[in-house]
Design a protein around this ligand. Structure first.
Ligand code: HEC
Length: 153
């Protein structure tokens, strides 16, 4: 009898744990990991494109504008997919601290999102000096989260 109720308890708990990430948007935890990595990959790609323009003597401001506008759209997407039950899934580079120190993680996400808005505004203005400054600030905001919340590969 004891064994049986333990089993019932275990099955109950594990189905609860599995049910969380699959709740609304994702069929399974792996899909959430793929989603956040894909969104971050795209953000990184467009961040790199802006850097490439800032590295040449005559930056293509339209190209910077297009990438900054995309990052503005993408900036909240990764954070919809750091759900409970998606730690330690697949090849995730997210540290356990994303979940154990979630308040700080969210704070750093918001800081980055604020910097991205500024970068997007600077890009719209076309002022390369202002773009350069907000690009540097945004890069720092990315880095300060990666330092504490992303595993080194
Ligand atoms: C609040 C924290 C946080 C902020 C801010 C942040 N990142 Fe990340 N980033 C992560 C975590 C955590 C991962 C690992 C995700 C995983 O593997 O599940 C990651 C992964 C990545 C990856 C690798 C994606 C892949 O292909 O697996 C790139 C690229 C990236 N981030 C770019 C950026 C850029 C660019 C910025 C700033 C504009 C940024 N990140 C801001 C936390 C953050």
């Amino acid at each position: 009898v004891k064994g049986k109720s333990f089993l019932a308890f275990f099955v109950g708990v594990s189905s609860l744990v599995c049910a969380l990430p699959s709740s609304a948007q994702f069929a399974k935890p792996e899909a959430a990991v793929e989603y956040r990595q894909s969104a971050l990959y795209l953000m990184g790609n467009h961040f790199g494109r802006i850097k490439a323009q800032l590295d040449v003597s005559k930056p293509d401001v339209d190209a910077i504008r297009a990438s900054a506008a995309l990052i503005e759209v993408l900036k909240t997407l990764p954070f919809e997919a750091f759900l409970p039950g998606t730690e330690d899934i697949g090849d995730t580079a997210a540290k356990p601290e994303v979940w154990t120190d979630n308040e700080r993680f969210k704070k750093l996400a918001h800081e980055m999102q604020d910097r991205v808005s500024e970068l997007n505004a600077a890009a719209k203005s076309g002022d390369v000096k202002a773009i350069r400054a907000s690009f540097a600030d945004t890069g720092k905001a990315c880095k300060s989260c990666h330092e504490d919340f992303r595993k080194k590969r």
